[in-house]
Write a protein that binds this ligand. Structure first.
Ligand SMILES: NC(=O)c1ccc[n+]([C@@H]2O[C@H](COP(=O)([O-])OP(=O)(O)OC[C@H]3O[C@@H](n4cnc5c(N)ncnc54)[C@H](OP(=O)(O)O)[C@@H]3O)[C@@H](O)[C@H]2O)c1
Length: 281
């Protein structure tokens, strides 16, 4: 894996390609992302927003073509509660929560043509603002998958700080990843990012471009982008990586895939990173 980092002894790439909302184009775009150099794929067993099987088809095709071995691609998928699904459930509606996790995971392995998942993520706690018994049950079921070696790392998404603190306190296996929508107006989710770096977790940021239009068109960003001869989008991704994040992009464009990955090829000073971090504070 290029630009490889490690957490809990498991390697992960410096950028993830997100496969949400791509429907019938999922396989084609995932193949394009792999051919462009992405080595991390983010999906979910949530047919409402993702086509996990099509993402898996693209990965399997690259493996069959001999261009990629299983250990060269980082696969991340998610368990999603029934409240986040439509009628296409990846588990029995009336099964217990730990059975639903086991069923969803087994179906993910099938979709992704693999016998292990690099990172298995709870798509989000059941309720906003607190962790409930259901979340604890689901996390313990995920810990079982981790103990069996079938989920190398665990993660959680769409969490606030009290939820993350509670999950960290109750878990035997700590989250390796926290995947959140990252808003510049909160210092790019600064409190949660700091909690992650202080507790050996990696923060994954999504919607870095789509949630931050005001930052992208900010005069200071424009000035910096001109000086570096890069786009504001590349600057945001560079900033994210420099500040320890694992960014996601879901671009459909081959040019943007190349540009997003090329954000690793230029330097931004600490002062300039600070400026971006506080742009909308
Ligand atoms: N855990 C969750 O609940 C959750 C929620 C949302 C997303 N996600 C994950 O995160 C992934 C990414 O989602 P996202 O919300 O960050 O992004 P997204 O919805 O996929 O959108 C990315 C946007 O940025 C544009 N873009 C990308 N690179 C660019 C560049 N270099 N220059 C200009 N524009 C560029 C894309 O346009 P073009 O297509 O034209 O390049 C697109 O409009 C998803 O696919 C999913 O895997 C997870």
């Amino acid at each position: 894996m290029t630009g490889e980092r490690q957490i809990q002894g498991v390697p992960f790439p410096s950028f993830l390609y997100g496969t949400a909302w791509k429907e019938q184009e999922t396989a084609k775009l995932t193949s394009l992302a792999l051919a462009s150099g992405f080595r991390g794929i983010d999906t979910a067993n949530q047919r409402k927003h993702y086509c996990e099987a099509a993402a898996g088809e693209a990965v399997a095709k690259a493996q069959q073509a001999g261009s990629l071995s299983r250990d060269e691609v980082f696969l991340q998928t998610k368990f999603t509660y029934q409240s986040g699904q439509d009628h296409r459930l990846p588990y029995e509606a009336d099964a217990s929560l730990d059975e639903q996790v086991a069923q969803s995971f087994a179906s993910s392995l099938e979709h992704l043509h693999t016998d292990y998942i690099d990172s298995y993520v709870l798509h989000g706690p059941m309720y906003r603002g607190r962790l409930c018994d259901a979340d604890v049950t689901v996390w313990h079921a995920m810990e079982t998958l981790h103990a069996e070696g079938r989920a190398k790392l665990l993660g959680v998404s769409n969490v606030d700080l009290p939820q993350l603190r509670a999950l960290t306190a109750m878990s035997a296996v700590r989250p390796a990843f926290v995947q959140n929508r990252c808003f510049a107006k909160t210092g790019w989710d600064r409190d949660i990012r700091h909690f992650c770096s202080n507790n050996g977790m990696v923060y994954q940021g999504f919607s870095l471009l789509t949630a931050n239009r005001a930052a992208l068109i900010h005069p200071a960003m424009d000035q910096l982008a001109r000086r570096l001869d890069r786009s504001p989008a590349q600057l945001v991704f560079r900033f994210a990586i420099e500040r320890g994040m694992l960014p996601l992009t879901g671009t459909r464009s081959a040019d943007h895939m190349a540009q997003d990955l090329a954000c690793e090829n230029f330097e931004v000073s600490a002062k300039e990173l600070d400026r971006i971090e506080t742009l909308l504070l």
